[in-house]
Design a binder for this molecule. Structure first.
Ligand SMILES: [Ca+2]
Length: 227
């Protein structure tokens, strides 16, 4: 009997350690690879900006093609080589340093609700700082450079599915439509599913080098303060 209990206990412990590992988020590696002994690793991005949010009916920034979008705006003052974006839901026990927390997240941090994430990287035709305003952003033309639904590099969701998202976008020098030129960008965080979604999420935007003067914020008002 004792043996059985011990066995059950060890299965239980094993189960919970697998579960906590599933929540562990590795450093955000860039596309630059380095050999360390027999291993090839992705060199982590130098600059990472983290945002903790909570998606629930009515608190989205925009509804586009039936999907609820949350945006983070970014001013890029110099030509960038690469940008990385990733998103995970739920936040769970993931530890994140220096993250901006939305009010909705703080009020729902213990929620275990989650959803199938989806990310986009968009660039606007605003290339001058003084054109950045609420109206300017609404009337700007936005080009989607890249998007991602599911990435196997991300931790699995509690359901066991790899539905979290990650993308690395490399500037295509010489192609003005695909290069990471100076301008106003935004990262869209949404869900694969259309309609109502609910759950906590972690969103991160990263660059391989510190770009002096890069500003990132949840709203245009906050972005302007940081410029
Ligand atoms: Ca997904």
């Amino acid at each position: 009997m004792k043996i059985k209990i011990l066995l059950l206990l060890s299965i239980f412990t094993l189960g919970s350690s697998v579960d906590s590992q599933a929540q562990k988020l590795k450093k955000f590696g860039s596309s630059i690879e380095k050999k360390i002994g027999p291993k090839t690793i992705k060199v982590p991005y130098t600059e990472v900006v983290s945002y903790l949010g909570y998606a629930s009916p009515g608190n989205e920034d925009e509804v586009k093609d039936g999907k609820k979008f949350y945006y983070i705006y970014m001013w890029v003052p110099a030509v960038a080589t690469e940008l990385g974006v990733r998103m995970k839901s739920p936040v769970g026990k993931t530890k994140v340093k220096n993250a901006t927390k939305s009010k909705a997240y703080e009020e729902n941090a213990s929620s275990d609700e989650y959803f199938d994430t989806y990310i986009t990287l968009e660039r606007s035709d605003i290339i001058s700082k003084d054109k950045i305003s609420e109206d300017g952003v609404k009337n700007a033309n936005w080009t989607t450079l890249d998007r991602n639904d599911d990435s196997s590099e991300m931790p699995k969701q509690p359901s066991g599915s790899s539905y979290n998202s990650l993308l690395r976008y490399k500037s295509e020098v010489g192609d003005p439509l695909k290069a990471l030129t100076v301008g106003l960008y935004r990262i869209g965080f949404t869900t694969y599913k259309k309609g109502e979604v609910k759950g906590t999420f972690l969103a991160e935007v990263a660059a391989p080098i510190k770009l002096p003067g890069v500003a990132m914020a949840k709203t245009i008002e906050e972005l302007k303060k940081g410029l």
